[in-house]
Design a binder for this molecule. Structure first.
Ligand SMILES: Cc1cc2nc3c(=O)[nH]c(=O)nc-3n(C[C@H](O)[C@H](O)[C@H](O)COP(=O)(O)OP(=O)(O)OC[C@H]3O[C@@H](n4cnc5c(N)ncnc54)[C@H](O)[C@@H]3O)c2cc1C
Length: 393
């Protein structure tokens, strides 16, 4: 005989666990199923092991979606401050790193323990290493077939995340269920991912591998000012991960290296102070040495500063401050932090995350076509969508 629960949640990740605790607080009987060995594996590895669990500046414009208005309702009803209150109630020490990004002082595992405690307090049942084989609509609700038997429920919440990092068990399962129930999928692609370069460009830039430098990366009107990292595969670092969510194959990105430094002015100043120094030496005072060498060689500049007319200095500064690159591709889901696209929000109610045409079926977290910037926004969406759904499912 099938067991019965009010709510069955597929996926014990950030969104699923938050939703489970919230539904449990309303007195609903809740079962959370996950095929993994442990809950919240992505939380565990997030933020370099310290989980950037929210961003105090969270606003709808920090998210990408075919419908930029969709996330507003859930984000407004569960704010970063509310999540922080929860973190503080559990005595988890935290700090702000930069740009409003909040991290655990000790370990991301503190957040997992907190969510598990919240679930346990209200009697949520968690079953791991359980395969979900089918979800069918019945007269009374849904029947979920699993490797440990069938479960009947009035609400099914799909919280199985996106496709990123397949070796951690990401499957795209949510999109299959959504399609089966007639919901549309916005084409998925890797987001917050390093970009790769073609072999010729890679060879040119290979001496720069390992260099990190402040940069402004432009893609159309979108600009991110954060660190840029040259790697042996191409470009990475926060600025690149951010821009990767906007970039498409065949498009250019514009790099402004050291956007807060007036390179031309500092070279001219250096020429006045000591014209006998080599151009490369002078440029090395504002750029990492290897990067300075790269630009000087690329502009075929030799000799001392005194030998350089203003025009040549301006040309060198322009190369540093206005560099257009066409990435060959991205590293793909293998290293992407998130999946862009997903369950089309036009089929979901923005207050509850319930499928408009399938009462009782909900989609939350990363599987929905709402993707945050780097910096704690994706977890804030997971918490907020989990709460919105947990209050309704
Ligand atoms: C390396 C890395 C670092 C990150 N760092 C940050 C950060 O610091 N801050 C931030 O905001 N975001 C970060 N993110 C993004 C963040 O982890 C995700 O946006 C967030 O985890 C999404 O939550 P979710 O609950 O929707 O999905 P997930 O957390 O992915 O959870 C989905 C769950 O569903 C389970 N599942 C999947 N398929 C099935 C199936 N078929 N049957 C049963 N269970 C299934 C999975 O095992 C998993 O437990 C990072 C991501 C990565 C990869």
């Amino acid at each position: 005989m099938a067991r019965t629960f009010d709510v069955v949640i597929l996926g014990a990740g950030a969104a699923g666990m938050m939703c489970a605790a919230r539904a449990g607080q309303r007195g609903r009987s809740v079962l959370v199923l996950d095929h993994a060995k442990a809950p919240g594996e992505k939380i565990r590895i997030s933020g370099g092991g310290r989980c950037n669990f929210t961003n105090i500046h969270t606003a709808p414009q920090n998210f990408l979606s075919a419908n930029p208005h969709f996330a507003k309702s859930a984000l407004a009803r569960y704010t970063p401050r509310q999540f922080l209150d929860l973190v503080e109630r559990h005595n988890i020490a935290w700090h702000e790193k930069t740009l409003g990004q909040l991290f655990c002082d000790d370990s991301a595992r503190d957040i997992i323990r907190m969510l598990l405690a919240e679930m346990q307090n209200v009697g949520v049942k968690l079953e791991l290493q359980t395969q979900v084989t089918s979800v069918e609509k019945t007269d009374a609700g849904f029947r979920v077939e699993t490797s440990s038997g069938a479960v009947e429920t009035s609400s099914v919440v799909v919280a199985t995340g996106g496709k990123s990092i397949p070796k951690m068990g990401s499957t795209g399962f949510a999109y299959e269920i959504a399609s089966r129930f007639g919901l549309r999928i916005i084409e998925t692609r890797p987001g917050l991912v390093p970009l790769t370069l073609d072999p010729a460009m890679l060879e040119r830039l290979s001496p720069l591998s390992g260099i990190a430098v402040p940069a402004a990366l432009h893609h159309g009107k979108t600009v991110f000012r954060e660190a840029l990292l040259f790697t042996h595969r191409g470009l990475s670092g926060p600025a690149v991960l951010q821009i990767s969510s906007y970039w498409r194959e065949g498009q250019d990105i514009r790099l402004v290296i050291e956007p807060d430094v007036d390179v031309a002015a500092s070279l001219k100043q250096a020429r006045k102070a000591n014209g006998r120094q080599a151009v490369q030496t002078a440029l090395s005072t504002v750029l990492p040495k290897r990067l300075a060498q790269f630009f000087v060689e690329a502009q075929a500049m030799t000799g001392t500063l005194a030998e350089l007319p203003d025009k040549a200095i301006d040309r060198l500064a322009a190369a540093v401050g206005d560099w257009t690159i066409r990435p060959a591709g991205s590293e793909g889901y293998r290293t992407a932090e998130v999946t862009l696209g997903g369950v089309d929000t036009s089929g979901l109610d923005s207050r509850t995350l319930q499928a408009k045409n399938v009462p009782g079926l909900f989609f939350i977290g990363e599987c929905v076509d709402v993707t945050g910037w780097l910096g704690g926004y994706n977890f804030q969406w997971a918490w907020a969508s989990g709460v919105a759904c947990g209050d309704a499912a």
